[in-house]
Design a protein around this ligand. Structure first.
Ligand SMILES: [Zn+2]
Ligand SMILES: [Zn+2]
Length: 285
């Protein structure tokens, strides 16, 4: 079984009830943080998961809403790990990730310096191990395999999606993308597809052109559902709701997806949890 928890279902638009884009995937005894938007560690704390428990950080792309709390993840993991030889945090993302991580650590340089000077057992900056990828198998440990494929969020490029597999269960995380053949192939036959979405009908009605611009590089609810249908996935999990879903409107969003995808559709608040079983799909929380 793979467990998917929507940590943050928000978007770049600050929302009092929704943290920024981030999803937790637990497979076997491994825990993967996929993107690290605004407030991510507040949400993992609600699950009793500290930064220190993360097996790897997977980044779909380098848009600010998806990496807003990267510094918090790096520093919090570093200061809450008491092992004498702290293992590096594996970070897997598209080309450009190493520079962003390096510059984030630079931005926190004063903090890192204060803590090394203050604590005798902290002698080196936060250890990280960055791998930049666009395609192929990127992880294989203790029965968990992770594959990457390019997505299409142009002009933001390169961007990637992840497929996590464990004991016959599989979950694909699309990130921000328009429908594309590489995502279709990555998602083919997966147990679940976690897809970011916008409501074009609502966004198009907004008076600011800069907001309307986002329609051209995101999938609508119907497009995400169509990708799920083409790929034959068992569960469609929608997240990154633009605009934020107003209380009581979840069924409207679900109905739009259901016009195209007739299997299980999950829409929820932050911390909504979905179990993905091999072959059988069940919902919780
Ligand atoms: Zn984006
Ligand atoms: Zn985004």
């Amino acid at each position: 079984m793979i467990e998917v928890t929507l940590l943050g279902t928000g978007s770049p638009i600050p929302d009092a009830r929704r943290a920024g884009p981030s999803t937790l995937v637990r497979a076997g005894d491994q825990t993967f943080l996929v993107d690290c938007g605004r407030g991510v560690l507040m949400r993992t704390a609600a699950l009793g998961v500290g930064a220190n428990a993360i097996s790897a950080l997977l980044l779909t792309h380098l848009h600010s809403d998806h990496i807003a709390d990267l510094g918090d993840v790096l520093i919090s993991r570093w200061v809450s790990n008491f092992a004498p030889n702290q293992p590096p945090l594996p970070i897997i993302g598209p080309p450009g990730t190493a520079e962003v991580v390096e510059n984030t650590l630079k931005a926190f340089g004063p903090d890192i310096g204060y803590r090394i000077a203050h604590h005798a057992d902290l002698t080196a900056p936060p250890p990280v191990e960055v791998e930049e990828v666009t395609d192929g198998v990127v992880w294989g440990r203790d029965g968990v395999a992770i594959t990457v494929a390019p997505t299409d969020h142009r002009p933001v490029a390169p961007t990637i999606g992840f497929r996590i597999e464990h004991n016959g269960a599989s979950v694909v995380l699309a990130g921000d993308t328009v429908p594309c053949p590489t995502l279709d192939a990555l998602a083919a036959g997966a147990g679940a597809l976690v897809h970011t979405v916008i409501r074009k009908d609502l966004v198009d009605a907004m008076p600011m052109q800069r907001i309307r611009d986002i329609c051209d590089y995101h999938s609508t609810v119907e497009q995400a559902a169509d990708t799920a249908a083409r790929a034959g996935v068992g569960i469609l999990i929608l997240t990154h709701y633009v605009p934020p879903i107003a209380p009581g409107q979840e069924d409207d969003w679900r109905a739009l997806a259901a016009t195209v995808f007739d299997r299980q559709i999950e829409i929820g608040e932050d911390l909504h949890r979905v179990e993905v079983h091999p072959g059988v799909c069940a919902r919780q929380g």
